[in-house]
Write a protein that binds this ligand. Sequence first.
Ligand SMILES: C[S@@+](CC[C@H](N)C(=O)[O-])C[C@H]1O[C@@H](n2cnc3c(N)ncnc32)[C@H](O)[C@@H]1O
Length: 233
Amino acid sequence: MPAATIGFFSSSTNANWMRPDASDEWTRLYASNPATWSQQPTPLFYFMLEQLGDRARGLSVLEAGCGYGRDALALADHGMQVLGVDVAGNAIAAAQGRAEQRKSPAEFACLDLGEVEGTFDVVYAANLYQVMDAETRSRFRRIVYGLLRPRGFFFLMSLSTSDPDDFGRGVPVPNEENTFRREKLLHFCTEEELRGDFGTFEIHALKERAYDEPHAGGAVHHHISWFLMARKP
Ligand SMILES: C[S@@+](CC[C@H](N)C(=O)[O-])C[C@H]1O[C@@H](n2cnc3c(N)ncnc32)[C@H](O)[C@@H]1O
């Protein structure tokens, strides 16, 4: 597969596509707890390896909303060329520190997804879609499509309406189905919704899976998420 053209900052029309306060919100979270969800890769990493197997080696991967890099580093360990981007500067600094320590080739940049330029073999997003409101999710879909080369792969992990730990907790967000706000907004997806949202892609796999998420403080959260592998036509 051809290597991607990886661009960094651009002042194109996509710049600042997120709500202006959102990066502060995430920066505050990482300041109070630098490795909130442990250092283990998410189940999306294993789902991707399961789906692509050896085809994953050498692919260029853009990880959107990479946080402190737990998946980006694991993807790079498996032979992918990875660029992780996140709006939280302290999370990116932590990811860069870990990459340096481990002599990982993974690259990181503090960017809004809408500021990334270039095209990639894979766009990968774990636990990002679920923190976006409806308008931002729609923008996210258009941006992801534009960042993929033709026949590129899109991998998504996002909380399901069957999630036992978080679904229904907090204040329902007006005019947004299956969306609640506690400290943060959380949106929960149905299968039908994801098939509609990503209808411009070819959907190769869409699975609902339960898993345990260890948190840094020792608590283990039980979640159910959707795992999507889609392909740009
Ligand atoms: C729930 S966290 C998930 C982090 C990581 N994927 C993981 O599972 O460990 C969501 C992340 O997305 C980042 N984020 C939110 N909106 C973003 C955007 N528009 N562009 C880049 N990063 C974004 C936040 O800063 C946060 O680190």
